[in-house]
Ligand binder design. Structure first.
Ligand code: FES
Length: 175
């Protein structure tokens, strides 16, 4: 009877020990699964590199001397998620090795500017800012010229360094 009682106690003790271990391991796994994204969200997205080159066109496909609206597919990081996004921009090919690229974002409050071929100006539909083909402010509340994007030409292929800039201020400051 004593032996039976002792055996039951030992079994119960080892089952309890097993449950303690299993609970500990489960808690550790849950901690890792929940903790890594949580820490990532506290740290936030890594500071955007100032180098973010996107191939946008073959130069031979661009007409010379007038603004052309382009789109390019890009990947954007949001904390630990990556998603595909479409970038818009305006480019003007001056020659086979000189191109100007403009951000499409109005420096006033961030609307998208459009090229008006009839007037020969970039125009913002939101508050009426008007820009010359080289990006200078001709009218409206825009505090600075259109923001240019760095360009790179490699074997006839045009890439731009994609950046966003603060709106509503006179200086061109990347965000
Ligand atoms: S956002 Fe373009 S003029 Fe205001």
């Amino acid at each position: 009877m004593e032996d039976l009682k002792s055996s039951v106690t030992t079994n119960e003790s080892s089952r309890r020990q097993f449950m303690i271990w299993a609970t500990g391991i489960l808690a550790a796994v849950c901690g890792v699964v929940v903790g890594i994204p949580l820490v990532g969200s506290f740290i936030g997205p890594r500071k955007a590199s100032s180098d973010h080159w996107i191939r946008v066109a073959d130069l031979k496909d661009l007409p010379a001397g007038r603004p052309v609206g382009l789109t390019a597919t890009d990947m954007e990081a949001d904390a630990y998620l990556q998603e595909s996004v479409v970038r818009r921009l305006w480019v003007i090919k001056h020659s086979d090795n000189v191109v100007t690229a403009f951000s499409p974002t109005c420096p006033h409050l961030g609307c998208q500017v459009n090229w008006n071929a009839a007037s020969g100006h970039f125009e913002c539909p939101c508050h009426g800012s008007v820009y010359s083909p080289d990006g200078k402010v001709l009218g409206g509340p825009a505090p600075r010229p259109l923001d240019t994007l760095a360009t790179r030409i490699d074997q006839g292929s045009l890439s731009i360094n994609w950046q966003r800039f603060r709106s509503g201020i006179a200086r061109k400051i990347p965000v």
